[in-house]
Design a binder for this molecule. Structure first.
Ligand code: SF4
Length: 134
């Protein structure tokens, strides 16, 4: 872990960061351009064993920060590396995108108190549904 090497907001520990460490903190291989206060994107691993997820969380005022390089190339690489496995998503507030190997799909704005859950199956099927935010 990059103890003491968080982004500029690390000492303030924003709400989203109180429960866990972002990928910038956990993955020492990521270059400085991935630092959240530089990229404007917080990369987070999540989901569950059946549906592991990589999420790119952006500030709503910078909603498409996930589309800038090198973040975008990294996300697409992850999506291509594990088709049917890792679910790669981007968020800006409640606006949600699903990144697939050859397509970026805007899922829409999740209603208050809900989030999109994506289940990718080994045969390529994708189920998208709303679940209570937890
Ligand atoms: S985004 Fe990452 S580095 Fe910044 S405060 Fe949150 S956990 Fe720390």
């Amino acid at each position: 872990m990059r103890a003491g090497a968080g982004c500029a907001i690390h000492d303030a520990k924003p709400e989203v960061c109180r429960q866990f460490f972002c990928q910038w903190m956990l993955n020492p291989a990521l270059p400085r351009k991935f630092r959240p206060d530089v990229s404007k994107v917080i990369l987070m691993a999540g989901g569950d064993e059946a549906n592991p997820q990589l999420a790119a969380s952006c500030d709503p005022s910078n909603a498409l920060a996930w589309r800038r390089e090198p973040i975008y190339g990294f996300l697409k690489h992850q999506a291509r590396a594990a088709p049917g496995g890792l679910v790669v998503m981007a968020f800006a507030g409640r606006r949600t995108w699903l990144l697939l190997p050859d397509e970026d799909r805007y899922l829409g704005e999740a209603p208050e108190g809900q989030v999109f859950r994506v289940d990718q199956h080994a045969d390529g099927r994708i189920d998208v549904h709303l679940v209570a935010a937890g």
